[in-house]
Design a protein around this ligand. Structure first.
Ligand SMILES: [Zn+2]
Length: 269
């Protein structure tokens, strides 16, 4: 089977071991726009609807790389039992509409949580869900999942060791800045992006494209010309004002103990 943009292949499910049909996207897509958070817009097609493979037998859902990775028996049992308990049933369709795509990604988030996948990987899946909402015009839900992805990336940067998959801590720093910019929280966006464009840290950032992207977005946010999901700036301001009041009212605290030199602290020490 094949459509203009997709084709079907058979793969073995890493959880139940049965052969299942999965949909792959043809590589001849034409990109029309790339957003600050690297969401890519393509002509007449949304590949994020197909990013997740779902087993048509047990309902296990993950991206291609995870789906093709063998798991030890204990993890297979843990995942299989969780899917049975949740009573998962996902019909196979070669063509996915927006609700199908959203259901697949939500199922993948559930599976990643059960398997205790790295926070950075869970953040990436969540960000793709936000992009599906963006590309289908649902700004309210887009914002909800941008915030969830942002919080996962922040927790990841504080606690996880990089690289994770192909992600470096500099990329995650950029994404956190970009997501704050999307959400209209300009001071936090500038804070994170400035760590990447600061000349002091320049020697640590060997990724030239990432440096240029960070610098361009840092300037746009400072000038107030970066695109946002909309309507969050007043909230962000109110939050800042409240934080300033609390800070003024609180007695001086002792400095926090030094954290280990990884992730977040590498940039903020
Ligand atoms: Zn399966």
């Amino acid at each position: 089977m094949s459509t203009e943009f997709t084709f079907v292949v058979e793969k073995s499910c890493p959880i139940c071991g049965k052969s299942t049909r999965v949909v792959k996207v043809k590589s001849r897509l034409v990109a029309t726009q790339v957003d600050n958070d690297y969401c890519c817009h393509y002509r007449d097609f949304d590949p994020y609807l197909y990013h997740i493979w779902v087993c048509e037998h047990c309902g296990f859902a993950a991206d291609e790389k995870v789906f093709l990775t063998a798991l030890p028996m204990s993890r297979r049992e843990l995942m299989g039992n969780a899917l049975v308990e949740k009573n998962v049933h996902f019909d196979f369709h070669e063509e996915r509409d927006v609700p199908d795509g959203i259901a697949a990604v939500k199922l993948a988030i559930f599976c990643a949580e059960v398997l205790k996948a790295p926070l950075a990987r869970r953040a990436g899946i969540t960000l793709r869900l936000a992009w599906i909402y963006r590309l289908s015009g649902n700004r309210e839900k887009e914002k909800v999942y941008l915030e969830k992805a942002l919080n996962l990336y922040i927790r990841s940067l504080e606690t996880e060791r990089y690289p994770i998959d192909t992600l470096t801590d500099s990329m995650v720093m950029y994404l956190i800045g970009a997501l704050y910019a999307d959400l209209g929280v300009r001071d936090k966006a500038v804070l994170y992006l400035s760590r990447l464009v600061d000349e002091k840290n320049r020697r640590n950032l060997t990724d030239e494209k990432l440096y240029r992207d960070a610098r361009r977005l840092w300037q746009a946010v400072r000038e107030g010309t970066a695109e946002t999901v909309g309507g969050t700036e007043p909230e962000a301001k109110a939050e800042q004002e409240q934080a300033a009041k609390e800070k003024a009212a609180a007695p001086a605290k002792k400095a926090a103990p030094a954290k280990k030199k990884s992730g977040f602290s590498r940039w903020f020490s």
